[in-house]
Design a protein around this ligand. Structure first.
Ligand code: NAI
Length: 319
């Protein structure tokens, strides 16, 4: 079987100087891509102590192996400068992997504004600035691939990570929206929740687990998602230790009532079992249109007291 390759493609990887980012950078370069290795060489918690050399080291390793790469040292919050590096050196950008990240683990009880702000800034604002800068190039060439890096902490919550979880979940809504805005321009955007041994996980996981969680086993799924032959978009994936899966939203069939004065907590309580029942008739919503259908159905219900149904079908307008 022919090897999946990226010849001629320009891949921008933020936080490409360490951990997962470094592994992506070397993988794409080894398979023909020109890679922009962005990294400011920060500490794991975003506090002072930067080592700008990390991006240089990765670029040197790529070049020594016969590949093409260039370093960029800007913070992701200056995303336009990172994209400019791609355009200046290679004239285009095809793939953007928003991977840079830091942690500031602290419970909500002790969280300072700065612990919150710095996490939002790097993960959310950073991803927005790089994507916004790449977007006009993607639109013009009618091609682009974006991977935004979330986390199981964001998808499911994790003790002591309210700031990080909020930022990582923000990236889900961000990506789902970019996927919709990019669809007609052939710009595909997906979310990845990885699991890999790195300095971000070394304080959390035991040594045996660190050994099993090689970042290299996250790469194959990313390699498929950003390949020109893949049309997946607006989806959430998990990858780590050789396990790959897709995550989706599930809506229970629920209980539908007419939204008039007769709709009281007592009515809801009587029907609560239906609201939380996923066993029959659940669905997998992909957009707000699915919610509008439900609103229309609710309006068409008989009154909870009087029983007269109104026909509001088609009259609910989204603003
Ligand atoms: P890492 O700490 O090994 O690498 C992150 C890189 O991002 C570092 O080289 C750092 O200098 C760079 N960076 C940090 N802030 C930056 C900024 N403002 N601008 C430019 N570069 C910056 O971390 P790791 O584990 O490789 O994480 C990569 C991504 O995956 C992060 O977004 C992280 O939140 C996410 N993630 C990782 C998991 C894991 O199991 N390792 C689990 C879930 C999510």
């Amino acid at each position: 079987m022919a090897e999946i390759r990226y010849d001629g493609q320009v891949v921008v990887i933020t936080g490409g100087g360490a951990g997962l980012g470094k592994t992506y950078a070397k993988f794409f370069a080894a398979r023909g891509a020109k890679v922009v290795v962005n990294d400011l060489g920060g500490t794991f918690n975003g506090k002072p102590g930067a080592n700008a050399a990390v991006a240089d080291v990765v670029v040197k390793e790529i070049k020594d192996a016969g590949g093409e790469a260039v370093a960029n040292y800007n913070a992701v919050q200056e995303g336009e400068k990172i994209v400019k590096t791609a355009i200046y050196n290679y004239g285009r950008v095809d793939v953007l992997i928003n991977n840079a990240g830091i942690l500031r683990d602290i419970t909500i009880r002790n969280m300072k504004d700065e612990d919150w702000d710095v996490i939002m800034d790097v993960h959310v604002t950073g991803a927005m600035r790089t994507a916004r800068a790449a977007w006009p190039f993607f639109r013009k060439q009618r091609y682009g691939k974006v991977i935004n890096t979330s986390s199981s902490s964001g998808l499911f919550g994790n003790f002591g990570q309210a700031n990080y979880a909020a930022a990582k979940m923000a990236l889900v809504g961000f990506t789902e929206t970019l996927a919709k805005e990019g669809l007609k321009y052939n710009i595909h955007c997906n979310v990845l929740a990885p699991a890999a041994a790195s300095r971000l996980t070394q304080t959390v996981w035991p040594p045996e687990m660190m050994e099993a969680m090689n970042p290299a086993s996250v790469v194959p799924l990313v390699g498929v998602l950003v390949h020109p032959s893949c049309s997946e978009t607006g989806s959430i994936f998990e990858a780590g230790a050789g396990h790959y899966s897709k995550i989706r939203w599930q809506r229970s069939k629920g209980f539908i009532a007419r939204p008039d004065d007769s709709l009281t907590p007592d009515v809801v309580l009587r029907n609560y079992d239906k609201i939380i029942d996923f066993s029959k008739g659940s669905s997998y919503p992909k957009g707000v249109a699915n919610s509008v259908d439900l609103l229309e159905e609710a309006m068409a219900q008989p009154s909870n007291v009087r029983g007269d149904a109104l026909d509001f079908k088609g009259k609910v307008v989204l603003v």
